[in-house]
Design a protein around this ligand. Structure first.
Ligand SMILES: [Zn+2]
Length: 123
């Protein structure tokens, strides 16, 4: 199982297996992690660009820059989860998922089961 990850269009998109799957201008909830975005407990982070992509286990992550619209802090954040590889296919994270820099997700110990759209028979 492998996926091909790339940043395209000067950081505007994350491409997974040659499909544009994650774009800038999304609003992410980013909390804590190894490199906090800002002083907010949970940043409302608007993605302005991707600088790199990676994989942490089955979690696809991206290095991004953008701004917390809650407090106005500009920040670069490393290894923010953007999706999961499930059965060899990429699934985007739910918009309301809380993401932790460093590849973590806002799920309890059952981190194998995450809020991924389509994984509970609901589209
Ligand atoms: Zn903030």
């Amino acid at each position: 199982m492998s996926v091909a990850l790339r940043v395209l269009d000067d950081g505007a998109w994350v491409s997974v297996n040659d499909e544009r799957r994650v774009s800038v201008s999304e609003l992410w909830r980013v909390a804590g992690g190894s490199t906090p975005v800002c002083a907010c407990a949970c940043a409302d982070f608007v993605v302005e660009g991707f600088t790199d992509v990676g994989v942490n286990g089955r979690t696809v992550t991206a290095d991004v820059y953008g701004q917390c619209i809650r407090c106005g802090t500009d920040a670069s954040v490393r290894a923010v989860p953007v999706g999961r590889v499930v059965d060899g296919e990429f699934r985007s994270l739910a918009a309301e998922a809380v993401r932790f820099s460093g590849g973590g997700l806002g799920a309890p110990a059952t981190s194998q089961r995450l809020p991924v759209p389509g994984s509970v028979g609901e589209d």
